[in-house]
Design a protein around this ligand. Sequence first.
Ligand code: C2O
Ligand code: CU
Ligand code: CU
Length: 483
Amino acid sequence: MRLICIPRWASARRCRALALLGGMAAVAGGRAGLAAQGASEPGDTLRQPPIVQNISRRPGIVEVEVTAAPASIPLLPGAAPAAVYAYNGTIPGPTIEVHEGDSVVIHFHNHLPEPTTVHWHGVHLPVDADGSPLYPIAPGGAHDYAFRVAQGSAGTYWYHPHPDARTTRQVALGLYGAIIVRPARDPLAGIPEKLLILSDNRLAPDGSVSFPDPASVQASVDMENGREGDRLFVNGQIMPRIVVPSGEVQRWRIVNASPARVYRLALTDQQLLHVGDDGGLFERPVEAADLVLANSERVEVLVRGQAPGSRSTLQDLPYDRYAPQTRPADWNSTHPLLALEYGAAGPLKAAPIPATLRVIPPVDTSHVFARRVIVLSQGLIDGKTMDMHRSDIRSRVGATEIWTIQNVVGMDHPFHLHGNHFQVLDRDGVAVPFRSWKDSVNVPRHSSLRLAVRFEDYPGKWMYHCHILDHEDEGMMAILELH
Ligand code: C2O
Ligand code: CU
Ligand code: CU
C-alpha cells in the first residue's frame, strides 16, 4: 500500500484517518481516492460528500451499503431541520468511488414510505442493475445492484431515484449522489480534485422543501419548465468557498443534479480549461469562456490559482431554455454559486497538464444497422408518452445506429439514453468540434443533432428520455429493446 500525504493536498488529520483506514484506502485507490476526498485548504468551506465505505477487502471488489430513508437535515445555514430523503443520511449522498474493471455490489435498502429505484446514471451495466422504472423496489424492500465497471469508462457519473412518475419529488427531497470511475492510469494524476454537485431547490419559509398545490399555476409552470428553485446549492451548501493556492491547478468534476435548471457556468476572472464531460476525458483540453451544463450532464474542468489575495466567483449565467409563455421573470439574472479565494503560492509546483489526455476512437459507422429519427415535442417522444409494456425501438446487441434527435418545439429538452454511451456527430448539420463520450445531450429548441451509438454487451429494455425530471415523470420517455 502506498499512501502519500502531502500537507498541500490533505490535512494532517485526514492523513492520519487515511493511515488508519489502511488496506481499505489502498483498495479504494490510495492516492487517487485521497485526491478526490481531501483536496482541502484551510479556509475552504466547501465540503466534499463522504466517500462510501468499501466493506470488501478483496482487491477489485467494491461492496457498499446504500440506504434511502427519510431524514431530518437543515437545508439552509441556521434553519430548522427539514423533512428530507437522504442516501446514508447525507445530502448529497455519499460518493461511490470505483476503478475500471472493479466488480461492484451495492446493497440497497429502501426505507422510504414509497417505491423507489436507484439508477446509476451513465454507467454501462446489465439491465437488471440499471434501476429503471421497470425494476421498482417496494417500501421496506432491498436490492443488490451488481455490475462490472467497463474498461475505458473512467469518468464522473451520478445516481438518483428513477421510479415511475415520482422522480422529481424524490430528487427534490435530497436523493442524489456521485459516482467516480477511475482508470488504472490517470493522465491528470497528481492534480488536486474537487467534486461539485449542483442542485437547486424551492423552500418554504420554515426551511422545508416546498411543492406546489397540484391545482396551482405554479404546478402547471413546473410541468412546462420543470421544477426550478431560487436556492442554488453546491454539494448541498449555499455559496461555499474554495481557497486555491496561487499557481496551483485544480480539477473540478461538476455534476448537474438539478431537476430542470440548465447552468451556464463561468468564472469571473479566467477561462475554464474544459478537459472532459459525461464519459470522461477528451482527447485534448479546450478553453471555454462558459459551459452550458444541462440536467444530468457532467463536465471536468481545470482551474488555476491566480494572484494571492485576489478572488473570483463561479457563476451561473443567464441561459434561455424556455418557451416564451412560461419563461420565468428572472431568467436573465446571474447567480453566484461558489466563491474562490487565491492563497499564497505553495511549495509544490503545479503538475503539468498533458497536451494529449487520451485517444477516443470514433464510433465505426461503416456498417449501420439502422438510422432513426426521434422527435421531441412538449412532453412527448415521437408523439407518445411512455408505455412500460411497449418497446418503441427494437435492435440488437452489437448493432451500430445513427439517431437524429429532433426538437420541434420552442424550449430545450436534454436527451438521455440509458446504459449505452454515444458520440454526438453534428448539430443542425454542423460537425461538432471534437469527440467525446456522452449519455445526455441538450437539444436546444427547434434544432436537431445526430449521434452514433454502438450497443455493447447487454440485452434488455433501456429507457431514453428527456432529463427534465417533470417531463420524465409525465412520460416523456420511451424504450429501446435490445436482443
Ligand atoms: Cu439520470 Cu433515466 O436518468
Ligand atoms: Cu440514465
Ligand atoms: Cu423535456
